[in-house]
Design a protein around this ligand. Structure first.
Ligand SMILES: Cc1ncc(COP(=O)(O)O)c(C=O)c1O
Length: 484
């Protein structure tokens, strides 16, 4: 046995490596606009990352050189001003520094009398303020909206089936059924599966031309299910669908839930944050009526990954769904084991990182008004892009643009559906491979759509001009006009 630790033998070497890293990070963030949005990951780096586990260590600065050669340059690119794929946030410099500090403190932010839990509590309070939830509601910071939605679905299920923690679903006399629109994110389907509801017991309600759930059909389906002996227990509404950013009629859904005694959950992964923009305050006001909401801070609050949030209006239902008291987690009246109620009583995770710090530092640095301004800017950019698409005869808008997502295609009007789908897919891949911009895609009514989802504080108007110019150039190069 030796007294060896994993700390550096020479602290000054670690300090100068840290300074080098910090310089590189700041340069990287400052100069990102001058870089290609994305570069393919080269084969030699893929091979490099297949090496067997090292038996012996190597100097830290050589590891950093390897990182700079094989890892750093081949990132996804979502910090770049022309990244609009899926729904991904950009992060901020202060968020990076906060994560570094959180890593240095390295607390397990679940239990104990420690600062991290009080920062966490403050962030949950701020999240409640943003969503108009009451002070006595409860909440958790989680890895993202998938976990936040699933956590809410667990609470929804447990609060209407109080014996389920003991008996499981086996004793339920009636099959519980869950309602959502066909546009709902796949993570909610997973949530229903892992909570034992089963995808066969999800009622996928059709949407209208604006991709909003048809509330008349929703109510009819609930009535039908009741008369068929099922147990309708929860509706998941969308505040910003993943495909098009559509916002369901939250007011009507809230009424339906109240009338039939169903849990009202909202997936507001990114759209819920539009509440901060005055124009959207009214349409998103009914978030306040929900029993629970899931949303992300790493999307439209631009925090570094990962951080999402779930809020549950009834704190008791939340705690009753997860609380457990093993002898090794007893809380004490004084000392380290005192402190706030363990967060282990509000979710599945026992170990948690100090996610709250980056949120705390970022919101304090910018103030909530600046965030509202950035969100509004992204919405206006989506409208600008949609406007430019609509005035160009070679481009076709494929869905309404209620928020920050634009779905369109290159279509000079002479090609078959199959050919157009092929060309537009090719345009999207070429934009990425040429490092110009990163949109993603979706399929709307069998049409391949180039999909631009703007949750990017670095984008400026000119970025959308550059993007459209490239789309038109690539469309022409691909010879779309000549193809029948
Ligand atoms: C509407 C919606 N819900 C849920 C999710 C899942 O969020 P996360 O990736 O943070 O788990 C997304 C992701 O884009 C989304 O757009």
């Amino acid at each position: 046995m030796t007294d060896q630790t994993l700390d550096p033998e020479e602290w000054e070497n670690m300090r100068s490596l840290g300074h080098r890293m910090m310089d590189d990070i700041i340069d990287y963030l400052r100069d990102v606009r001058n870089q290609p949005v994305w570069k393919p990951f080269p084969d030699h780096s893929k091979e490099f990352l297949k090496a067997k586990i090292p038996e012996q260590g190597m100097p830290a600065d050589e590891i950093y050189d390897e990182f700079k050669t094989h890892i750093f340059p081949y990132t996804k690119g979502n910090i770049h001003p022309r990244f609009w794929a899926w729904v991904q946030g950009t992060g901020t410099p202060i968020g990076v520094l906060a994560d570094m500090l959180a890593s240095a403190m390295n607390p397990n932010a679940t239990i104990g009398e420690q600062s991290a839990l009080y920062v966490d509590q403050q962030i949950i309070s701020w999240c409640k303020e943003m969503m108009g939830f009451p002070e006595d509601a409860s909440g958790m910071l989680l890895s993202g909206a998938s976990m936040a939605n699933t956590t809410a679905l667990i609470v929804a299920r447990n609060s209407v089936m109080p014996d389920i923690r003991k008996n499981g679903l086996y004793d339920e006399p009636k099959k519980p059924v869950l309602y959502m629109s066909t546009e709902t994110h796949s993570c909610v389907i997973k949530g229903a599966e892992v909570t034992g509801i089963g995808s066969a017991n999800i009622r996928m309600i059709p949407v209208d031309d604006h991709y909003k759930i048809k509330t008349i059909l929703l109510e009819q389906q609930i009535i039908q299910d009741i008369s068929d002996g099922f147990f309708p227990y929860c509706v998941v509404a969308n505040a910003g669908t993943v495909n098009t950013g559509s916002i369901d009629d939250l007011d009507s859904i809230s009424d339906i839930c109240r009338n039939y005694n169903l849990w009202f959950h909202i997936d507001g992964a990114f759209g819920a944050l539009a509440r901060l923009v005055p124009e959207y305050g009214k349409i998103l006001k009914s978030i306040e009526k929900a029993d629970s909401i899931a949303f992300d801070l790493h999307k439209w609050m631009y925090m570094p990954y990962e951080v999402g949030c779930v809020l549950i209006k009834n704190q008791k239902s939340h705690r009753d769904s997860f609380s457990i008291q093993p002898s090794y987690l007893l809380s004490h009246e004084r000392g380290l084991a005192a402190g706030p109620d363990s967060l282990n009583n509000y979710g599945i995770e026992l170990s948690r990182s100090f996610k709250a710090l980056k949120v705390w530092m970022s919101i304090k640095e910018h103030g909530i008004k600046k965030y509202a301004g950035q969100i509004e800017k992204n919405i206006l950019q989506a409208r600008y892009l949609a406007g430019r698409i609509m005035e160009n005869a070679d481009l076709e808008i494929l869905a309404p643009v209620p928020l920050n997502i634009v779905c369109f295609r290159y279509n000079p009007g002479k090609s078959s559906l199959e050919k157009l789908n092929e060309i537009n897919k090719e345009i999207g891949m070429s934009l990425q491979e040429q490092g110009i911009a990163s949109p993603s895609s979706t399929i709307l009514d069998s049409k391949y759509a180039i999909r631009v989802a703007i949750t990017n504080h670095r984008s400026v108007r000119n970025d959308f001009d550059i993007f459209l110019e490239a789309v038109l150039r690539l469309g022409k190069e691909l010879g779309a006009k000549e193809i029948d």
